[in-house]
Design a protein around this ligand. Structure first.
Ligand code: HEC
Length: 282
């Protein structure tokens, strides 16, 4: 009885945490590359090339990228727009008013987005960005021609679509319905969006269904191997946003190792000192 109760509480807690951040869509877990300099550098390159056109990162200076192992020369050559200087903040030319007119919403500054989207017990902000960038699908009913599983009706188009290639998507929802007479039954709705964004929606009754509710998206790529490469790039980019939201975390972790080493050494010294000190005291 007690066991069952604890089980139920644990289960509902897990569900609450898993669904809290993504507006109902279950977030994927991003690979952890926060200490991988090559991955962070690739993320920085993708960020400057694909995101900085619309989003600023106002608390980031270009020369701060030396912290992830880039030289000032590399930054100047590959990442700076001609009008920017190495000490400049990552600003953009677009005004919030223009952005609102074009996209229906202003693109938020991305300096700390990974921290803003993180949950204490559940998925991190890096998981959020990782899933968000990989769940765009074509939808002709939207102004931009794009929709997103994590952020339904998002104003942002799928800016990485050329890297990702064409995909179709089946959004499968299994849920319980209640008829007028109070009788409950399970129903499955499948919305198929083809690679051009035209949708066909199909609903069927499920007899003898004993599972639980389902809400998932199944993406089908024309080129599955290219998709793995895409996921890899998005993982780098998401980790870069995670680093940008908290650039001190690298130093903090390094410092932590030194502190532990010092404490271990100090323990040995204190222990020997203690032995010497009490040697003649009987
Ligand atoms: C063409 C302009 C444009 C580009 C380029 C662009 N975005 Fe966006 N982005 C937007 C807009 C507009 C919004 C606000 C959407 C809304 O509120 O409906 C947004 C929102 C977001 C959000 C916030 C989602 C949320 O839940 O609040 C994230 C994260 C994001 N973009 C990441 C990125 C990343 C990473 C890139 C680069 C790969 C990128 N964007 C490139 C226009 C853009």
């Amino acid at each position: 009885m007690i066991k069952k109760l604890i089980g139920t509480i644990a289960l509902s807690l897990t569900c609450a945490v898993a669904f809290a951040a993504g507006g109902g869509y279950k977030l994927d877990h991003a690979p952890d590359r926060i200490n991988d300099m090559a991955a962070l550098q690739n993320g920085a390159k993708l960020f400057v090339n694909y995101c900085l056109g619309c989003h600023s990162a106002n608390s980031m200076r270009y020369n701060k990228l030396t912290d992830i192992g880039l030289t000032e020369e590399q930054i100047k050559k590959n990442l700076l727009f001609t009008t920017d200087k190495i000490g400049d903040l990552m600003r953009i030319a677009m005004t919030p008013e223009d952005a609102k007119n074009w996209f229906g919403a202003a693109p938020p500054d991305l300096s700390v987005i990974a921290r803003a989207k993180s949950t204490t017990m559940g998925p991190s902000g890096v998981d959020y960005v990782y899933t968000f960038l990989r769940t765009f699908y074509r939808d002709t009913s939207k102004v931009s021609g794009w929709n997103n599983m994590v952020f339904p009706s998002v104003g942002m188009p799928n800016v990485l679509w050329e890297l990702q290639g064409p995909r179709s998507m089946d959004h499968v929802v299994v849920h319980e319905t209640e008829a007028a007479d109070g009788k409950k039954s399970w129903e499955r709705t499948t919305a198929n969006y083809d690679a051009q964004g035209f949708s066909v929606i199909k609903t069927e009754q499920l007899k003898d269904y004993s599972g639980s509710a389902v809400d998932k998206a199944i993406f089908t790529s024309a080129n599955p191997s290219g998709n793995a490469a895409f996921d890899n790039n998005v993982a780098d980019l998401s980790n870069f946003l995670g680093w940008m939201a908290e650039p001190m975390q690298l130093q903090r972790k390094q410092l932590g190792v030194w502190v532990l080493l010092f404490l271990a050494l100090f323990l040995v010294v204190a222990w020997r000192l203690n032995a010497v000190f009490w040697k003649n005291v009987k």
